[in-house]
Write a protein that binds this ligand. Structure first.
Ligand SMILES: Cc1cc2nc3c(=O)[nH]c(=O)nc-3n(C[C@H](O)[C@H](O)[C@H](O)COP(=O)(O)O)c2cc1C
Ligand SMILES: CC(C)CC(=O)C(=O)O
Length: 378
């Protein structure tokens, strides 16, 4: 394969993926909810933060090694959970798993994967941590069986997605009447709905099975009662919910707005990160995803206190470009940019990247509580 013609950055990779993917599949991956304000703002918000580089600090040797949940990883850049990798490439999540494992960090597998969780983790070489993403179903035994299988297969954490009691309205999918092709199967569901994803629209299927009554009280405590795996809550954007995550014994939170696919108008992930980090007070780990397209974006998120940063669409674009090689390319482009940023900013380790390296925009927005008291400034 001629790597000389490979795209040189994530934006180029995106353009290639757009040109090779069928429009329905492209639309599903790309779309945000409604006017896509949050989807777009996830990216543009990064530009509001400015780097404050330091010079003459011996950049001859740098390392991106760090620890996540107490385990060493080569780099704090991981793969966010995404449904339906086989829409991008026939090898689907197996290709992503190979790419993630050679990259050496974390792969979060979606409950809605088109390859079974056992096969996905078996494709790894021990270099990578696998975390299992969960949606909780009204029939709790369906979720429980996924938890049991994830434990048995060696997943190291559970990632409970909490920003989707119902799916956001993605107009592109509505207009395209998008329904995944019927040869794709949600392989984590052994019985019931494994007749092919396309048998009904995705949204309907999701809505019909998900437990909309899920709450901090009935959800987290229930999960803790059935598993010892650390629980990470994905989709947190406020200090209030961070405090609740601590109170309920979660191991971490992922600052995320689901790539702008849920509540349109919600704040960008990078803008939400500082208040979550402040509320976490080092009691739980804070990760983020949303709009990360550059090594400088990763650097800014780490500087503002993220322990790790996840990407979704860039990996899917890589898959669409060239299967496992393309997904690896996406991760390595970002990794190389992170290393370059570290050297140009004057940092040789992840530990050194702190908030003294960024200028943050302040006083653009304020938020009040019910009593009218000022609770947060962004
Ligand atoms: C096509 C697609 C499918 C997704 N599926 C899931 C999912 O199954 N579970 C989940 O928790 N998040 C899902 N997400 C959200 C991502 O995990 C992540 O929060 C977000 O996309 C990150 O932003 P980025 O795409 O800008 O990197 C999905 C995102 C996309 C784009
Ligand atoms: C099956 C869906 C719930 C997957 C998802 O989270 C998404 O499309 O954003």
């Amino acid at each position: 394969m001629d790597s000389a013609n490979d795209p040189v950055c994530i934006k180029d990779l995106e353009a290639i993926a757009r040109s090779v993917m069928p429009s329905g599949a492209w639309g599903y991956y790309d779309s945000g909810a409604n006017d896509e304000q949050t989807k777009n703002n996830n990216m543009s918000a990064f530009d509001e933060y400015r780097l404050h580089p330091r010079m003459l600090r011996d950049m001859s040797k740098i390392s991106t090694e760090t620890t996540v949940l107490g385990q060493r990883v080569r780099t704090p850049l991981g793969v966010a959970p995404c449904a339906l990798h086989k829409l991008a490439h026939a090898d689907g999540e197996l290709a992503t798993s190979r790419a993630a494992s050679s990259h050496g960090s974390i792969m979060i597998l979606s409950t809605y994967s088109t390859t079974s969780l056992e096969r996905v983790i078996a494709e790894g070489d021990g270099n990578t941590q696998y975390w299992m993403q969960l949606y909780v179903y009204r029939e709790r035994q369906v979720s429980e069986s996924i938890v049991r299988r994830a434990e048995k297969a060696g997943f190291k954490a559970l990632v409970l997605t909490v920003d989707a009691p119902v799916l956001g309205r993605r107009l592109v999918d509505v207009r395209n009447k998008f329904s995944p092709p019927s040869h794709l199967h949600l392989e984590n569901f052994v019985q019931a709905n494994n007749a092919g994803v396309g048998s009904e629209t995705f949204g309907t299927q999701f809505g019909a099975n998900g437990d909309q009554s899920l709450s901090w009280e009935n959800g987290i405590a229930w999960l803790q009662s059935i598993t010892k795996l650390p629980i990470i809550v994905k989709g947190i954007l406020t200090k209030e919910d961070t405090e609740l995550a601590i109170k309920h014994g979660c191991a971490g939170v992922i600052v995320s707005n689901h790539g702008g696919r849920q509540l349109d108008g919600a704040l960008a992930s990078i803008d939400a990160l500082p208040q979550v980090v402040a509320a976490a007070r080092d009691k739980i780990e804070v990760y983020m995803d949303g709009g990360v397209r550059r090594g400088t974006d990763i650097f800014k998120a780490l500087a503002l206190g993220a322990r790790a940063v996840f990407v979704a669409r860039p990996v899917l674009w890589g898959l669409a470009y060239k299967g496992d090689r393309g997904a690896r390319l996406a991760l390595e482009l970002l990794q190389k940019e992170l290393e370059l940023t570290m050297m140009l900013a004057g940092t040789t380790s992840i530990e050194q990247i702190d908030k003294s390296f960024v200028y943050q925009p302040v006083n653009r927005w304020v938020r009040y509580n019910k009593q009218g008291e000022l609770v947060a400034k962004l």
